[in-house]
Each structure stands twice: as C-alpha cells, then as structure tokens.
Design a protein around this ligand. Structure first.
Ligand code: ATP
Length: 787
C-alpha cells in the first residue's frame, strides 16, 4: 500500500529536492531529473512544461486507480471480526473514500506554479502535494510552508527566488507560461514570458456566476492573511473587491491543512449573509480539495428554521440588540409562577390541598439544580408530585384507619391526575423556543413584563400575529431561548447523556484502533488523516456515515474549531452572541468592510462590534487593492461614498477599465424600459458575460417581467440562477457577488431603502468587473457630479 499525495501538514514528505538544474541557475544546463524523471530546464517553454504536467497527471491517475482498488478490496472484506477489526476496516474505507474525493476534486488545473531558487532548486506548486512511488517530491501543496515564497517573494525581497513561473492550464492542458524574474542576473538570460499576465487573465475572465479559487495568483498581502495563525480573532478589513471572500475561503483551506488533526473533528463553520451568496461561493473549497466544512447563512444558524427577511429595519435593529438576551431570559423566568392561595386538587376523587409553600419549595429545589428551564422542570414536578402523594397517603391512612397504601401507586395517581397536571403547567409551563418567541411577539402583556427596558413604541413594533414565519433577526433569539430552555423532553436529555457516555466508551476503542492503524498510515505518508472521532462516527448506528461536518450542521450545540464570518459588518450584537457560543475557543476569521454596512445593526467600527465579546483581543489586517472593479468605476463609487460622509481609504486598482460609467436619466414611467435598454447595451459592451440589474424592491417584479419579455429564459430567478445571463437583484441580495456588467437603478432610492445608509448603494456600484450603467429618474445622490 502506498499513497504519495500529501493531504496534511503533518504528512511526512522527504525533503529531497525534486529538481536541480544541472548548471546552477543557468538557462540551459543538463536536464535535471527526479529519480529517472526529467524536469524541464529553467529556459523550458510550454512544450517541455506540458510534458512535466503530463507526468503529474499520470501520477494523479495512478493514485486514483490505486485508491479505487484499495477501496473495493476493503469493502469486499465485509463486517467480520472483532469490534477493533471492524473499526480498522471502516477507518481505511473512509480514508480511501476521502482521498478519492480529493483526487477527483483537484483534477482541473492541478498545477499552477513553478519556483526556481538560488542554488538551482526547483519546486512545482499545485493544489495538493505529489510524490513518485519512490517518495521523491514531484509537486508541493500550495499550503505547505515551502510554498509560501511563491506568493511572498518580490523583486525587493526575493527570499531566494530567482524566477516565479505561472503555468496557465485549461483543464489538463498547459496553454501558456508567465514568468516573473526576480533575480536581476537572470533578466539578461531570459528574454520572454515577463509580466503579470496570470493575474490579469484571471481578473479579465468572464464571470460564471460561481466564485472560482484564486490559488494560482494569491497576492502577498492576501497570503499573509491566509497563513496567519489559527488562535484568536483575526479581523480582515478591506474595501470592495479586495478579495476578502476569496481570502477567507483560502484561509479555511489553509487552516484545515495545517491544523487538520484539530479542525477535522471539531469542524470549521463558514457564515455568510444569505443563501444566494452561499451558493455563489460553495464550489471554492471543493476545488481546493476541502469538503468537510459547514456553510450556513445567518438565516439558517438555528437548525430546522430558515429565517425570512425582516421587512422593517427598525424591528431588525431592536431584535439585534444584545439586550434581547435579557428579554429572552426574563421571558423564560416568567413562565415559572406560584399560587397566591392554597388550591385543591382532585386525585381519584380525593381532594388534596396544595399550598403556596409547597410550590415555592419545589421551585427553589428545581432552580438550585442550575439546569435549563425545561430540564429543571423535571425536578419541580418530582418534588410537587411527591409532596402531594405524601399528603394523599396521610389522608388515605386516616380514612382506612391505618391501612397503608402503596406509595408508588399513589405517586403515579398524582402524576396522572388532571388537576395536578393543570396546576404543574400553570406554575411551570413546558416551552419550546418557537412557542416562547411566538408568545412574546403576539402577547403584549407578556412582552411588556419581559422587556420593560423597551419603549412602548418599540414593543408595538415587535408585535406580530401567531403563525407568521420567523425572520433572520429571530434566529439568534430562538438560539438564546433554546439555550435557556434546554430539552423539552426530559428523556431527550437523558438519551443525550446516554449517547455521550456510549460515545466516550467507543472513543476509547477507536483510539486503540487508530493507534494500530497509525504505523501503516505513516508508512503511506499519511498522518492525522483519520481521528478516533471519525472511527466512532462510523460505528454509531444512528450516525452510520456522518462526517463531523454533517453532524455539526444539525446540532445547535456543536462547537467548532474555527469560524469564518463573511460580510461581518452586517452582524447584529445578538448574532455575534450566538456565533461566539459556536466557538468557545474564540478562534475566528472575520472579514468585511465597515463602509459597506447596510443592515439596521451594521457595525460602525470593528472595535465597537467585537469589544463586547473579545475585548481588545483581536488583530486587524487590511487589504488595499481592488481586484474586481476597474479604476473608472471605483472613482465614481468612492466619490459617491465620500460625499455621503463615508470614511473610506482609497483603494488601489489593477485595471483602468475599457468603459466609462454610463448614466441615463429618464422620465418616471420610463425607468423599466430604460433598464431593458441598458441591459441590452451592456451586452453590446461585454459580449457573453453576466449582467445584473440592481433595483429597488419596488421595481423588482416589473423589471424582471420586462427583461423576461425581451430576453426570455436568459433572465434568471432567485438564488440558483446566478449562472444565467441576466439576474435581477435587490442591493441586499447583491452583497458579495460580482458581474461583468451591472445596471444600477434609481441609486437614491437604493440608499433610502437601507434607512439612508449609503452602504448598500456603495455595494451596488462596486459589483461590476467591466462596466457600470446607472438608470435614474429622480435626483442622483451627491458624488455623481464628480464624473
Ligand atoms: N489574488 C487574486 N487573484 C485573482 N483574482 C482575485 C485575487 N484576489 C481577488 N480576486 C478576485 O477579485 C474578485 C473580488 O474578490 P472577493 O469577492 O473575494 O472580494 P471582496 O473583498 O469579498 O469583495 P466585496 O467586499 O466587494 O464583496 C473575485 O473575482 C476574486 O476572484
């Protein structure tokens, strides 16, 4: 058994240089080799590189075949033998499956870089590490420490790099090479292939509606963020198009590689603003060979609920306050009541008096357990039932003149007596998070008692009818309620405890199994690929084949090893509060742009947003180059933002752009037809690209209808349609996305929709990669005159 791809930082890769140019650094020395494998010389062109790339693909195919054979052999073994044998078999099967999935995922543009170093060493950089069957290195994983210089070296700080070569592949074929010569001595010897063409080619490429990876062209300031240490809170501030999303996703892949042991079992959570955005980014990590990550929009963080949009931003702001945690706490506590007077209950025809003292005593006992509300209720019920049963026993003893009743029957009679159940529910009602929240919003008296700190107007704003769907802003409140209420069904709590204990025992078995398997895996150059946790999940009957990621997704109480938050400027304090609970270690990558904030609770500074949760303990990095939007469009967007008082740092841009922004003013009733014309005109400019119309809510349906009339099926609908030619979006939905051309409709209205905050208009203006077209009937916001 041998496997020589590298999957983890802890893998043992013999540090044998793969390629050494025969004559140190010379352009045309003897052909260097890896074992018997020739490596193209420094002055090699596309043809020679093609040969080497062909060799890498042959190796990839060989490994894939090997894994397929191993997997079918292991599967055919069947589930026989001791528990430990079964664990070992399953452990190997999972390992082969994961590896196969990884090998399949990295097929497209497997290799993208080559470094030629002082002293003649040469390194190929690709999506994963590859070695020959004799364990000689063929290609390095981009995340390996030795690959760092590929992204970091500059002419001023060469870090031993003579030349950085970008190999530009289409699928498996080398289409071209691009060289950056850093060593001045080499400049004279190599005449061709200079420039930053790989980056420009990537930036000019037509957009597909799906975000791609940037692994071949990560820039130095981005690389520093990606490779930053795991612990603590890292905040990445960056203007539009600076690659925050790309960097956040590559960082997740990097962390999974360099801390695989820890993160594979605990998992990594990636949180984004909405489901459109989540589907836009969902292919990036698989293309980097990483699949075990949980992705969730803020609307889906509470399992089983998908929050709808909160229509009124004032309501969203109130529900987002940290204070709401107190409101939920008070609402929970209020559901425990006592009785003012003794009360008679009927147990099988016998009247028993229940006193306030009995209720109070039971309540104190229950509270003293420190358990969540529903679980503490179990103690309350037990104490009250026992007290009533004792009273009943005494009454019956008196009546039957000393004949003893069977205590256990009495307890059961009391427990099932209707009067008793009514009384118990009156004093301590069992609750679900959903019905607690529903009561809070639909019963003014209840809300008033729980939220005296809110004004009357604020409470009135929160009012809604029972049965209406929960909103995004309700999601953290449901989570808070679930935390305080605990399990409704006491047996669910017990079942959970039982499962925990069983899991502990299985973990012990699994540790032994993994220990046994480890030497064999190390022999294959694989360490840390499989943990005892993985083996246990394989053995669990209920979670027969669930990965940590899959288990985490359905478990509200799951705690992750790392959490990545995108568009983080939009999060409310309550949303942060809940996210912090998902990662008690406080290992976060937080990316966003304060200037783009448009939600009712948007942060005004990172310090203000994070301080309640992490104090001063965070590090802030800034990204400064806009890779998406050409200079001419950025100038306009920045002028608009500045005239509205936004404090933004001017971004550097990579491209000047071929098209000046177009602005069409039309009559009120001509806006929708003008949008259709503008979309048409933009196709004229950008050819087959993607065009988005970003419109106020009011015009969404009519603009879509008109575009469909003209362009038919080419007009997409909803989150799944980003890859269609034309999409109609609100400014909120456009967050984080990009298109070849964008038609921004009624900019002043877009600003008003976000309660006058300029952030959403700034977002809309910075979505194009090529061309911007503005259509308006009303006044233009200030800043447009700077064109
Ligand atoms: N190093 C790079 N190489 C190639 N493309 C890049 C690079 N950095 C960023 N890009 C591209 O620039 C575009 C913008 O990146 P991304 O969406 O990550 O930016 P962002 O900062 O999250 O933007 P916004 O805040 O405006 O949503 C994407 O198409 C991305 O692929």
């Amino acid at each position: 058994m041998s496997d020589t791809t590298s999957s983890s930082a802890s893998e043992v890769i013999p540090d044998r240089p793969a390629a050494r140019n025969g004559r140190s650094g010379g352009p045309s020395g003897d052909m260097p080799t890896v074992g018997e494998v020739p490596v193209p010389a420094l002055d090699a062109g596309v043809e020679e590189e093609r040969e080497y790339v062909g060799l890498l693909y042959r190796r990839l195919d060989e490994l894939r075949e090997e894994k397929e054979t191993q997997l079918s052999e292991v599967r055919s073994t069947g589930a026989v033998g001791t528990m430990q044998n079964v664990s070992e078999r399953d452990a190997f099967a999972t390992m082969y499956e994961d590896r196969l999935a990884q090998l399949n995922a990295v097929d497209d543009r497997l290799v993208f870089g080559r470094l030629d170093l002082d002293g003649g060493d040469c390194r190929y950089i690709g999506r994963i590490g590859l070695t020959t069957a004799e364990r000689q290195r063929l290609m390095l994983d981009w995340r390996a420490p030795e690959s760092g210089v590929f992204y970091q070296a500059t002419a001023f700080d060469r870090q031993g790099v003579r030349r950085r070569r970008h190999l530009m592949l289409r699928r498996r074929d080398v289409q071209g090479v691009e060289d950056e010569v850093l060593d001045p001595d080499l400049l004279e010897e190599t005449a061709e292939n200079h420039g930053d063409g790989a980056l420009l080619a990537a930036l000019n490429a037509r957009r597909t509606g799906q975000m791609g990876d940037i692994v071949a062209t990560i820039q130095a300031e981005q690389d520093r963020v990606i490779r930053s240490d795991l612990p603590g809170v890292l905040v990445v501030q960056g203007g539009p198009g600076t690659g925050k999303t790309a960097v956040a996703l590559h960082r997740a892949a990097y962390l999974l590689y360099s801390h695989r042991e820890r993160l594979k079992s605990a998992g990594v959570l990636i949180v984004g603003p909405n489901s459109t955005f989540m589907s836009y980014i969902d292919r990036v990590l698989p293309s980097l060979g990483e699949t075990g990550v949980v992705m969730s929009s803020v609307a889906e963080l509470y399992p089983g609920v998908r929050g709808v949009e909160e229509q009124d931003s004032r309501v969203a702001e109130i529900k987002g306050r940290l204070q709401m945690a107190e409101v939920i706490g008070a609402a929970v506590a209020q559901r425990q009541r006592t009785i003012a007077e003794p009360r008679e209950v009927d147990v099988d025809g016998v009247k028993v008096s229940v006193t306030p003292a009995m209720i109070n005593r039971a309540r104190e006992r229950a509270r003293a357990t420190g358990k969540p509300y529903n679980e503490a209720r179990t103690t309350f019920v037990k104490v009250v039932v026992k007290d009533i049963a004792e009273k009943l026993e005494r009454i019956l003893a008196k009546r039957s003149e000393g004949n003893e009743a069977d205590r256990s029957y009495l307890v059961e009679d009391v427990r099932t007596a209707r009067d008793v159940r009514v009384l118990l529910n009156l004093c301590w009602l069992p609750r679900t998070p959903q019905n607690l929240l529903e009561d809070l919003w639909s019963r003014p008296a209840y809300l008033e008692a729980a939220a005296p700190m809110l004004t009357r107007t604020e409470r009135d704003l929160l009012r809604r009818e029972p049965g209406e769907p929960f909103t995004v802003a309700d999601v953290p409140l449901l989570d808070e309620a679930a935390e305080l209420l605990g399990y409704l069904d006491e047996s669910a709590g017990r079942e959970e405890a039982r499962q925990k204990a069983a899991r502990e025992r299985q973990l012990e078995d699994a540790r032994k199994a993994v220990e046994n398997a480890t030497p064999a895996m190390a022999e294959m150059g694989i360490e840390g690929f499989l943990s005892a946790e993985d083996v246990v999940s394989l053995n669990e009957e209920t979670a027969a084949r669930l990965s940590a990621a899959e288990r985490a997704q359905v478990d509200r109480t799951w705690t992750y090893g790392h959490v990545v938050v995108d568009e983080a400027q939009e999060l409310s304090p309550m949303q942060w509060h809940v996210l912090m609970r998902r990662c008690p270690l406080k290992s976060f990558t937080v990316v966003g742009d304060i200037a783009q904030g448009s939600s009712a609770s948007a942060a005004t500074s990172w310090q203000a947003a994070m301080e309640p949760f992490v104090g001063e303990r965070m590090r802030v990095e800034e990204l400064t180059v806009n890779y998406r939007t050409p200079r001419r469009i950025v100038d306009l967007a920045e002028a608009v933002a500045r005239s509205e008082g936004l404090d933004i740092t001017s971004l550097r841009t990579v491209r000047e752009g071929d098209h000046a922004p177009a602005v069409d003013q039309v009559a009120d009733d001509a806006v929708v037809p003008a949008v259709v014309e503008a979309v048409d005109a933009e196709f004229g400019k950008v050819g087959d690209g993607l065009v988005a119309a970003i419109v106020p809510e009011r015009l969404h349906a009519s603009a879509r209808r008109a575009l469909r009339e003209r362009f038919g099926e080419r007009v997409g609908d909803g989150a799944g349609s980003l890859s269609q030619d034309i999409v109609v979006l609100t400014a909120d939905d456009a967050k984080g996305l990009e298109f070849d051309a964008v038609v921004v409709v009624e900019p002043a209205e877009l600003r008003e929709e976000a309660a006058g905050r300029i952030g959403s208009l700034y977002v809309a203006l910075t979505r194009p990669t090529q061309s911007l077209h503005v259509v308006h009937s009303g006044e233009l916001p200030a800043g447009f005159d700077a064109r």
